[in-house]
Design a protein around this ligand. Structure first.
Ligand code: TXA
Ligand code: MG
Length: 344
């Protein structure tokens, strides 16, 4: 199939592009579009056949549900059932934006979209093109990140083209995603809210908005804690062997020693870290995530760097650990999964 690629000025949605892409959505096709977090692979969330097309294009297991994107609060009501008190408080504060809420689904959303679950993940994206596309289509749009299953998520249209050119109807290029990692996912279907995936919106932000503490359930082992079904799969992963260098006091010296070991054996090795640690790379290929402390830049650069490892045919890479860094939890979560939990 020929994939139509529309290039538009960032945040200046062209009417003709909106008209054509919304027509594709309404007729059951797939359009990759920008959101502020990552690019999404969008289709009509109310159409079981369209949802199936997304799974097959992505190569995604069918038990891994999709996020439904909405443009207004009436749409939230139509895709859900049950009490929306907490959802409305959070929507007031964080929507449009990078927060996804798990709620009970209504009959409007088929089980094909939710991977068989009776709950639905809903988010109102901030990126103007995304919201206008939903509005113009007049439909909620189901959209997972627009990467083939397992690969790092796409933060530019060229990442989407790498994975999907010739396999979907259209790709809208509206410039890079500004946040760079996927939305925070909060489950509101139980007695207490549970964070299923970390993101730009943090636990403390949600606790403040709701005026309650969000605890991990201490009776559950880490393996049994509820998670978004998708989190059990290897994710965000470059093709190389990626190791996370645990954040101890001497982490930089250990990284240096590990890298030196490869250099001695004349092996190509990569080091992913912040500008300030460039020296520890020795003769390794250095990939900078940005300045230490600038967590917004680090989030924005993360997936592009992971994809660059593949493009550069890197076989082994070491990466700084952000688990103890302020605002670093969401970044650390992605890196841990990308490495297949290889921490050294
Ligand atoms: O920022 C984002 O959330 C991006 C953009 C495109 O909006 N989307 C995204 O979608 O990251 P995806 O499909 O790559 O990740 C969705 C995650 C998966 O881990 C999935 O298992 C979980 O959300 N999820 C979806 N519906 C769920 C539900 N009903 N209950 C629990 N987890 C759910
Ligand atoms: Mg994804």
């Amino acid at each position: 199939m020929e994939t139509k690629i529309y290039k538009i000025e960032p945040n200046v949605p062209e009417n003709k592009v909106l008209e054509e892409t919304s027509k594709i959505i309404r007729s059951g096709g797939i359009v990759a579009f920008p959101t502020e977090t990552v690019y999404g692979l969008g289709a009509d969330a109310t159409d079981p056949t369209a949802a199936k097309k997304i799974y097959s294009a992505k190569g995604r297991p069918s038990d891994n549900p999709l996020i439904v994107h909405i443009s207004d609060m009436d749409m939230l009501r139509s895709v859900t059932t049950g009490d929306l008190t907490r959802a409305k408080i959070l929507a007031e504060k964080f929507w449009p934006g990078p927060l996804t809420l798990i709620l009970n689904k209504s009959e409007v959303i088929p089980f094909e979209t939710t991977g068989g679950l009776s709950t639905v993940a809903v988010r109102m994206p901030e990126r103007i093109f995304a919201r206008l596309l939903i509005q113009e289509s007049g439909l909620p749009i189901a959209a997972p990140s627009a990467n083939t299953s397992g690969r790092p998520s796409p933060t530019t249209a060229s990442h989407v083209i790498e994975d999907f050119n010739g396999r979907i109807d259209a790709i809208v290029d509206d410039g890079p995603s500004t946040i760079g990692i996927e939305s925070t996912i909060l489950d509101l279907t139980g007695e207490s809210p549970v964070i299923l995936r970390q993101g730009f919106i943090e636990r403390a932000d949600i606790e403040k908005a709701l005026g309650i503490e969000i605890k991990e359930d201490p009776t559950l082992s880490p393996e049994d804690r509820p998670k978004a079904p998708g989190m059990k799969y290897r994710h965000y992963a470059p093709r190389c062997d990626l190791y996370i260098v645990r954040n101890t006091d001497d982490w930089e010296a250990r990284a240096r020693a590990l890298i030196a070991g490869h250099i001695e054996k004349k092996e190509v090795v990569a080091f992913i870290s912040c500008e300030e640690s460039r020296d520890a790379a020795l003769n390794a290929k250095f990939y900078s995530l940005g300045h230490r402390g600038d967590y917004k830049a680090i989030m924005q650069n993360l997936y592009a760097v992971l994809r660059k490892l593949d493009a550069d045919d890197i076989k082994v890479a070491y990466c700084e650990d952000f688990s103890m860094t302020e605002h670093g939890e969401a970044i650390a979560e992605r890196l841990l999964k990308a490495s297949g939990n290889k921490v050294v």
